[in-house]
Design a protein around this ligand. Sequence first.
Ligand code: HGY
Ligand code: MN
Ligand code: MN
Length: 411
Amino acid sequence: MEMSKLRIQRHLEQLAEYTATPGQGTTRMSYSEQDKQARNYLKQQMCQLGLQVREDAIGNIYGRLEGSEPNLPAVIIGSHFDSVPHGGAFDGPAGIVCGLDIIARIREQQLQPRYPIEVIALVEEEGTSFGRGLMASSVITGLIGTKELYQLKDRQGVSAAKRMAEAGFNADKADEAILNPSQVKAFLELHIEQGPILEQVQEDVGIVDTIVGIAQLEVKLNGKAGHAGTTPMNMRSDALVCASHIIGQIPAIAIAAGDGTVATVGRLNVLPNGANVIPSEVIFSVDIRSKNDKALRQTIERIIDLVEQASRQSAIQSDVIQPLYVPPTVLNENIHQLMVQHAAQQGLQYRTMVSGAGHDTMIFAGITQTGLIFVPSRNGLSHHPDEWTDYEQIVRGVDVMFATARSLAEC
Ligand code: HGY
Ligand code: MN
Ligand code: MN
């Protein structure tokens, strides 16, 4: 599908232009200037494909191809268009571009689906802006709403609701963005693997059956600022020393939980952050994943206990919040089989896989049947400027997704 490859390349190269860090990867925060540029591009492309385009109250973009029976539930295909700081050009956009290319192929082949098909571009999947991953899909599936959007804050202390308002959206109407499960037939996502397996085994696609459970914690430690030179060591309440003691023990807790459980401290803020000032406050994130829910919960509990114990021993105030918890999610067996069947019919090399990364698919699984296809990542690299997938590899993933969408939408 030469045309398909050129279309996919054009979209991904254009979207990669919308970054706050040109030459240093994709940095596209929800509701930022870069979000607006990508949003305008995606809406323009959806219009050119003759889709009915709309944005919901929190900024998700929908492009709808009407079915011959408009009242039937829609097959939704898409992913997210926000990024991590200095991330790659494929994480998220590959799934949206997959949806666009499926519509382009339907137009080219003059097909008419019986069920409506909707391409969706989701905001705030990464959680970089407001510290809660899978945010937009959680709103539209009814897991969180207006209250949480006022509580979730960015690093400047501004709420997600305010940032939405600045971008022309309205958190007070978040309930109007909630999807009616009876109007959704399935959610399908194509995503880069973000790991090394498909490349190592030289296979074309991964068909995901399980997504690991995810928890995100935010730990706040409060000590006492003081002069670095004049405060004796036995008279300090140093929040950073306490944090270091805690963080150093987290890997062992994850390893002890077994089943491939992982835990990561990716973000750490020190206040007042002066070289000659004893740190008074430290805030750090803990991202925990496991395919075993018991291991996930055990890890969360042990880290919370560790924080309480360490802070008590060093006269530090501690507070732990848990903005996100999603249990391990098994995806729909029927769609999995459909994808396997189409991959086999197309003569592709494929395997069933567990996803160590979280995806909006796991949230949609709460309201509808879902399917997730992986395409290979070069060197297994992701959340990095050098993230790369060959366009031909994406085309093969889209080929399977197109056949799956045609089966589900009956076209
Ligand atoms: O963090 C994740 O697993 C995904 O990239 N948001
Ligand atoms: Mn990501
Ligand atoms: Mn992603």
